[in-house]
Design a protein. Structure first.
Length: 456
């Protein structure tokens, strides 16, 4: 079966290569586009709002291939492992990591929310809150129980799941298909190679679409500023600041501590994925960056098998940005309405959120929907309190998308290191240079990593 090498993945676009003008670099183009979008949205809000289709079209194009890429990557990754027990070990370690870190994110949000008190002093009468603006979210959140979540994982049919872009059922079918390929044995070798080649074509599509990423970033930020404006931040600015600060510190310090345990440098990994994080921020979509993240994680030295299994799974089971947002948002509503939550009630809230945060995976506006599922379960806070957060939901979704994306990128690197499936030479070579490198030239000078094993 085909080996897991960085050279198997498509080469970057010209905007990603080193040399020449800095304007050729993708992150520079995106930063310029963000600046222009902010100016347009501020001085001509009406025109700024009309730029939204640029971002919507870009995300739609990327998401159109994400389910196929997830299915193919998971199936091929498992097939190349060739051992169901090894697949189980990777999956178990990933789930352990996900649960520990997600719980830590909830606890951090709880502690910071109690310390900063973002909703204190507002003294809002709960009876004055109108639940009608959030009725749709609450109705959609009623089916986020544990049983409903498990049923969501079972596809009605594979084609339908792929067409509708449902990550969980596609992931399940990819795992089952990968196990079937292992069971077939050597006869599946040609099929594995064919699927792998098909996946490269899909990555080629993504590479082409990425040429318009700066245009999409411009459209997204122009819409955000034009529609919501900076005035939306005045009343909820303290909450927004608290969530952003907590998410950033959690990524830098929290992951930094974990990184030390596994001899990883978080800041260098952040820099390496800055393009993807910038796009996720402007487009409020971390899932759309899965194809790019897969390519760059393999270039970083993670084995194709671990990347294919851990990264897609993380977007359903490892939503640290959503966890931080949910705890701080609930505390904000309680503080704003002068409702005291005891320590026992807050710990009960954490337990409920462990399930609701995962149940909303793959749902549009997942963080807000998960929050809508949490409040009725607690029974102590007014559901209408969600309306207080609608004005800054777009700004909140930006930091959630970035945090969720990076948490899953970092989780994949950690699990790869934990499994001994991370090539330290390629990791050091990638992180010690600027992230925009000519990987085609780099790959020519490197010895391919054997399928299923890193150099550790």
């Amino acid at each position: 079966m085909a080996g897991s090498t960085a050279g198997n993945r498509p080469t970057p676009t010209p905007a990603e290569t080193v040399g020449g003008s800095p304007l050729r670099r993708l992150y520079v183009q995106i930063l310029i586009a963000i600046g222009v979008g902010i100016v347009l949205g501020h001085f001509d809000p009406g025109l700024g709002v009309k730029m939204k289709p640029l971002s919507d079209a870009f995300i739609a194009l990327i998401r159109s291939v994400v389910p196929l890429i997830i299915f193919a990557t998971v199936a091929v990754g498992i097939a190349k492992m060739g051992d169901m027990r090894r697949v189980g070990v990777v999956g178990l370690r990933a789930l352990i990591y996900f649960e520990v870190v997600s719980t830590l994110a909830l606890l951090v949000g709880l502690v910071v929310g109690n310390l900063l008190q973002p909703g204190a002093g507002l003294h809002i009468d709960p009876a004055s809150l109108d639940p009608k603006p959030v009725a749709g979210y609450v109705a959609g959140a009623k089916s986020l129980g544990v049983v409903d979540f498990l049923l969501k994982m079972v596809p009605h049919n594979l084609v339908g799941a792929l067409a509708e872009g449902e990550i969980l059922p596609v992931l399940v079918m990819g795992v089952l298909f990968g196990f079937a390929l292992i069971h077939i044995g050597q006869r599946a070798a040609r099929l594995v190679e064919l699927i792998d080649d098909f996946t490269q074509a899909l990555f080629g599509i993504v590479r082409i679409i990425m040429y318009v990423a700066p245009l999409a970033a411009f459209g997204a930020i122009a819409f955000t500023v034009g529609k919501f404006g900076f005035h939306a931040l005045t009343s909820l600015g303290w909450l927004l600041f608290a969530v952003y600060l907590t998410s950033i510190l959690f990524a830098v310090i929290g992951f930094g501590v974990i990184g030390r345990l596994f001899d990883l440098r978080v800041l260098k990994i952040l820099r390496y994925f800055k393009d993807e994080l910038l796009i996720a921020f402007t487009a409020t979509s971390g899932e759309a960056m899965i194809p790019r993240a897969i390519v760059k994680l393999e270039r970083l030295g993670c084995s194709q098998e671990v990347v294919g299994l851990v990264l897609p799974t993380g977007f359903s089971f490892n939503t640290d940005g959503t966890a931080i947002y949910m705890t701080m948002a609930v505390l904000f509503i309680a503080q704003a309405t002068d409702i005291h939550l005891s320590l026992g009630q807050q710990l009960t809230m954490l337990l409920v959120m462990l399930f609701t945060s995962k149940g909303a995976a793959g749902v549009a506006g997942a963080g807000f929907v998960a929050l809508a599922a949490t409040l009725p379960a607690l029974g102590t806070l007014p559901v209408g309190g969600l309306a207080l957060l609608l004005g800054v939901e777009r700004f909140m979704s930006e930091i959630r998308a970035v945090t969720n994306l990076f948490s899953n990128i970092f989780a994949t690197v950690v699990v790869a290191r934990w499994m001994g499936e991370l090539d330290p030479r390629r990791l050091a070579a990638a992180l010690d240079r600027d992230s925009e490198i000519d990987t085609e030239a780099e790959a020519a000078d490197q010895t391919p990593v054997p399928a299923g094993r890193g150099a550790d």
